[in-house]
Design a protein around this ligand. Sequence first.
Ligand SMILES: Nc1ncnc2c1ncn2[C@@H]1O[C@H](COP(=O)(O)OP(=O)(O)O)[C@@H](O)[C@H]1O
Ligand code: SF4
Ligand SMILES: [Mg+2]
Length: 333
Amino acid sequence: MEKILDIKDLKTYFYIDDKVVHAVDGVSFSINMGEIVSIIGESGSGKSVTAYSIMGIIPKPYGKIKSGMILFKGEDLLQKSEKELTKIRGNKISIVYQEPMNSLNPRLKIGYQLMECLMIHKKMKRKEARKNAIEMLKIVNIPDPEKRYNSYPYELSGGMIQKVMIAMALICKPDLLILDEATTALDVTTQAEILSLVEELKQKYNMSILLITHDLGIVNQIADRVIVMYGGKVLESLPINEITKEVLHPYTIGLMKCIPKIEEKKDVLYSIKGYIPDLNSRFELCPFHERCEKKVEICDNYMPKLVEIKKDHLVRCLLYSEEVEKNYGNASN
Ligand SMILES: Nc1ncnc2c1ncn2[C@@H]1O[C@H](COP(=O)(O)OP(=O)(O)O)[C@@H](O)[C@H]1O
Ligand code: SF4
Ligand SMILES: [Mg+2]
């Protein structure tokens, strides 16, 4: 299958005072054409920094992509000039953030903001851009789109604003859409509506989607593949049909346990013990070492590598490494 995005050994660090935050530290993954890949992980795992690295919007100079490659349709985005990236952002690759209000200009009508995108990237004339903008508002289920075209952002509800943001992200028909916790702030009904819309649009335009969320319910609903991030690293990568039955990494197993099950009426929900690690120093051992309830002796000595355990299923855990098999027999028992 053709890859739309192929990230190789990405390292994005922040240099603050005398500290280095290793926000993304050796991340590799790819997205196939027309695929929905989800990144999950607790807050502070490096999910957004991965997305911002793809978009080329890491704040400079204190944020820096130290090394790696971000191949988009085979071309390394990290080698592109700012001018070239401007042509790609919002056109070939779009992003929708969690806080949509901050992404719109409060002084401009939403119609104009949608239209601008088409006039800049697609060189459309005003009239044609207006027609397309209203059409796009219709596609994302905004009621009375002609009227809404002339609204200012403050006149719209949160759910409607997020739909406008999705319309804006889609209007140039990007090849890759990044949703960074895009529905987190919305009520359940609007969230469901937006997700089914995204799925529908993916089919319609054969778009590829990077869906960043900490909500495993959403992942189950629409993702094809899941990448689990923790401490700036990928700990597991697996196809969606294995998420309920074949999860291997102790961290992913913990995340799965945190999802409330309707049939279990527990007063206290399960949560993974401990806190996410400090990213100010590089890990010598497994990033999940401090919190892991399944660690074995060699976890105190080695850093696990991300290895393919079976087709399309990668895990970074010594329980599944050859060393463990050698020393402890079949460790997955
Ligand atoms: N602009 C920034 N300046 C300094 N540190 C940052 C910045 N953005 C993110 N970080 C740090 O990078 C790490 C990963 O953050 P982030 O990618 O936002 O996590 P997530 O999206 O998974 O919640 C965190 O430790 C965070 O504090
Ligand atoms: S490598 Fe060891 S500490 Fe890390 S997740 Fe696996 S068992 Fe736990
Ligand atoms: Mg984030």
